[in-house]
Design a protein around this ligand. Structure first.
Ligand SMILES: Cc1cc2nc3c(=O)[nH]c(=O)nc-3n(C[C@H](O)[C@H](O)[C@H](O)COP(=O)(O)OP(=O)(O)OC[C@H]3O[C@@H](n4cnc5c(N)ncnc54)[C@H](O)[C@@H]3O)c2cc1C
Length: 404
């Protein structure tokens, strides 16, 4: 096996997973993260199907399980907080809208970093300023001024990856869902128990509250609009925009908007997918959301990132030629990514109808989500095919752990 010096950019989910598996094969791995320090923020994300198997092979399933948010399910409510429909975590065998392993993004990233730190160099507060592929490696100039050579560079920088732009230019395509979503943390309220609560208001507006395991509550606000660059606005303007969009709404919305000013971690983005005709170019490759973001609507971003990282590391261990390794990574992952990205463009309108009648019909359908006729029909929207990937076995020294 060829021992390589590898630079990974991005220390969230895909980056540290890749770093772990590469380092376990004796590779010299550096992870550079743009954020000045570890970012704790983020909403609940889920580890499903093949992603869970990767976690098991890393010996991390128990640690993840211990840090889950312990949500029991999802309750759809009206403006008076009356239950209109409910789906428990056990629906769809733990692979429904609330999966068996729901964990805060920051908590998962922390676990993954800690798990790989003994063999990986993590550098925060830096990123790639420029890179140039040469015959025997990639020369990287960092924003902080240093210059270094690497055999390979892998960008795990998420949906808006800058390195992807430097290397692939306009090759990246974004599939928009005409949907904006804001995630942020607020103080826990008396009604925030172990259920996710989902409130729809006319106009396609959606307000959700999710319990976390840290004594706070995670709020979500979403509205349907084509891409307008709102995600690039300064933080104060984003907060103002959200207050205007959700002004006058009932249920717990006033409390959520009141908490917006003091929230430590607003994450506001237009929801879209990343489509790339190829995931590598020469000695540079992409992994996770940077390559194939499926969007939070798919429920698959984290599992894709973890599986992609595992497969990429395994193939780099298996092949001396990085070109062959990148080709094999793509061949194995592409069908899994394609089915995860197969989310209808109208999904947001279905999840958050525009009229009161539409909302009522939606609730009626959800009440039947567990019946024999509707269960398979609604599975397309409520239960992703998370296990549709036969993960290869590689000769990598992970700390394997079997399912509990
Ligand atoms: C702060 C944050 C909050 C999130 N919150 C949610 C959420 O609430 N709900 C949800 O569904 N998904 C959220 N996500 C996305 C979710 O984590 C991903 O969809 C999924 O887990 C796949 O992870 P990833 O590692 O590929 O990308 P990401 O999790 O997006 O991580 C990318 C990492 O790369 C870093 N980075 C970006 N650009 C550079 C650069 N040029 N150089 C170096 N590092 C760079 C970022 O700071 C980040 O740490 C969030 C991501 C982040 C970064």
């Amino acid at each position: 096996m060829k021992q390589r010096k590898i630079l990974i950019t991005g220390a969230s989910v895909a980056g540290p997973t890749l770093a772990y598996w590469l380092a376990r094969q004796g590779m010299d791995v550096t992870v550079v993260e743009r954020a000045a320090e570890f970012r704790d923020g983020g909403q609940t994300i889920d580890v499903r199907g093949a992603g869970k198997i990767v976690a098991q092979r890393m010996g991390l399933e128990s640690a993840i399980r211990a840090k889950t948010t312990h949500e029991h399910g999802i309750t759809f409510v009206d403006e008076r907080n009356r239950t209109k429909a409910q789906i428990g975590v056990e629906a769809y065998d733990g692979n429904g809208p609330i999966a068996e392993l729901e964990i805060l993004r920051g908590e998962l990233a922390k676990l993954l970093i800690e798990h790989s730190r003994d063999k990986v160099e993590y550098r925060f507060g830096d990123s790639i300023a420029a890179l140039e592929e040469q015959a025997d490696g990639v020369q990287v100039r960092f924003e902080q001024g240093s210059v270094a050579m690497f055999d390979l560079v892998i960008a795990a920088e998420g949906v808006g990856s800058h390195t992807r732009k430097l290397v692939f230019g306009d090759e990246v395509k974004r599939r928009s869902f005409d949907l904006y979503t804001a995630y942020f943390t607020i103080p826990r309220g008396p009604g925030d128990a172990h259920q996710m609560r989902w409130f729809n208001a006319p106009g396609g507006l959606c307000v959700c509250l999710r319990p976390d395991n840290l004594g706070t509550t995670r709020a979500l606000l979403s509205f349907q609009e084509p891409p307008r660059g709102y995600e690039k606005l300064p933080l104060a303007q984003q907060k103002q925009l959200l207050k205007e969009k959700f002004k006058g709404l009932g249920w717990e919305t006033p409390r959520i908007l009141a908490a917006l000013d003091d929230t430590p971690d607003l994450y506001f983005d237009q929801i879209s997918q990343v489509k790339m005709a190829r995931w590598s170019k020469g000695r540079i490759a992409l992994v996770g959301d940077a390559a194939y973001c499926a969007s939070p609507i798919s429920g698959m971003g984290t599992s894709l990132g973890m599986c992609g990282a595992y497969v990429l590391a395994g193939e780099l261990g298996r092949h001396d030629s990085h070109t062959e390794a990148f080709a094999a990574y793509e061949k194995i992952m592409r069908p899994y990514v394609d089915q995860a990205q197969d989310v209808p463009t109208f999904a947001p309108r279905l999840a958050s109808p525009h009229s009161r009648t539409g909302i009522a019909i939606g609730h009626a359908l959800l009440r039947m989500a567990d019946t024999p006729i509707f269960k398979p029909l609604l599975a397309k929207f409520l239960a992703p095919k998370a296990d549709a990937l036969a993960l290869p076995e590689y000769q990598m020294a992970g700390a394997s752990e079997r399912a509990a």
